[in-house]
Design a protein around this ligand. Structure first.
Ligand SMILES: *Cc1c(COP(=O)(O)O)cnc(C)c1O
Length: 390
């Protein structure tokens, strides 16, 4: 008897289709920005993490091209072998200066920064407490570490505290994991309360600033700055691929933490260093974040305008609570969310449907950019109003 050992793949895909969970890529053409060519048609882009509009900025492009000319396309090895360049160190110093931390370490992506840091910091004898809405990279980092994992209900400090009262003494080290801006909801973690709890129960606290860096806080340092927690002992993770318009991730914190991770984080040690182009582009982006606060003010003006128009004109669409440029409204089913996404796309608006298993409930996710014009925001709200009446 021979059964095709791969036959389950097709059955599995059929199940995904039946649940309206099937996903496929959509091709974007041309330079990224507030408008993009989506499958050949120009649409207004509300689907991008490029909050400050830097991914298409001439200065980042020039920096990337210049670094490629000077150093080549690849970094050719892991940082500990042949892949380390002074440019990497410059970027790490720039991140540490933005974050006001002693040091920082650059990874090849934010996902890898989370996997590597979490796996290095805790193991079998330890406990992880994790917000139920945390990003996939935090969840998988927790699994990779081998530590015991307890999820707490979204932002629920009371449950977290009770879990610690009951469980803390059974473990050696304890690590609390949280997104700072929740990536599929747009709300913020209760950072000051988390810092207090971490101190009370002698836990490490890791905050993922992926959607906050460049966006939140007076200088764009992130939610830690937004909550006036700069200088507190924390493990800050982030990405170079969202507001910073490049590719890569980082950990920022104490010099000891960073020195330890260089010796113990498997996703840093056993992977190729960041390419010269990505490194130089991110470095140029951090400079712009620090020197052009008006980009951040413009982003927040756009967020306020969008929220105001939506409340005035499409109050039927219930926005999830958000304190970030990420605005979501829920729809009853995955099929409804797909329909809404398709309707908007036909109206020239790119705002994707987000469905399970990424999130528990289906929604349309809108992200504002500093480079959106008021007329583009008005067009989005016009399209939403037509959708509601449709
Ligand atoms: C996007 C994201 C990441 C992953 O960052 P990449 O650099 O894209 O790998 C990690 N955490 C959160 C919360 C994110 O939103």
């Amino acid at each position: 008897m021979s059964i095709d050992p791969y036959a389950w793949l097709e059955q599995s895909l059929e199940t995904i289709h039946r649940a309206d969970w099937y996903r496929s890529v959509q091709t974007i053409d041309g330079l990224c920005g507030a408008t993009v060519l989506l499958e050949g048609r120009e649409v207004i882009n509300f689907a991008s993490n490029d909050y400050l509009g830097l991914a298409g900025d001439r200065r980042l492009i020039t920096a990337g091209v210049a670094a490629t000319e000077k150093f080549g396309t690849g970094s050719t090895g892991s940082r500990l072998l042949s892949g380390h360049r002074e440019l990497h160190r410059e970027l790490e110093k720039a991140i540490a200066s933005l974050k006001q931390t002693e040091d920082a370490l650059v990874f090849s992506s934010g996902y890898l920064a989370n996997l590597g840091a979490i796996a290095a910091l805790v193991g079998k004898r330890d406990l992880i407490l994790s917000d139920q809405y945390n990003h996939s990279s935090l969840k998988n980092g927790a699994i990779l570490s081998g530590a015991a994992i307890l999820e707490y209900p979204h932002c629920d400090i009371t449950v977290l505290k009770n879990q610690l009262i009951e469980q803390r003494e059974n473990y050696r080290r304890c690590l609390i994991l949280t997104d700072s801006v929740f990536s599929m909801d747009g709300d913020l973690c209760p950072l000051p309360a988390l810092i207090d709890i971490a101190a009370e129960f002698s836990c490490m606290l890791l905050v993922d600033e992926a959607h906050a860096t460049g966006v939140m806080g007076k200088t764009g340092a992130g939610c830690v700055e937004h909550f006036n927690c700069t200088g507190k002992q924390l493990i800050q993770i982030g990405t170079l691929s969202k507001a910073l318009g490049s590719l890569g991730g980082y950990v920022a914190g104490s010099a000891t933490l960073i020195d330890f991770l260089r010796n113990r984080a498997p996703t840093w040690i056993y992977t190729t260093g960041l390419s010269p182009a990505d490194t130089a582009a991110a470095l140029a982006a951090i400079e712009i974040v620090q020197q052009e606060p008006q980009r951040r003010s413009q982003l927040w003006e756009n967020v306020a305008y969008l929220k105001k128009l939506m409340q005035e004109q499409v109050s039927e669409l219930k926005l999830l609570p958000s304190e970030s440029p990420i605005l979501c409204f829920q729809l009853p089913t995955a099929a409804d969310a797909l329909k809404a996404g398709k309707y908007l796309k036909d109206a020239g608006i790119f705002a994707p449907a987000i469905r399970p298993p990424t999130v528990p409930t289906s929604r349309i996710r809108i992200s504002a950019m500093a480079t959106h014009q008021p007329t583009q925001i008005e067009k989005l709200v016009d399209a939403l109003r037509e959708f509601v009446n449709y």
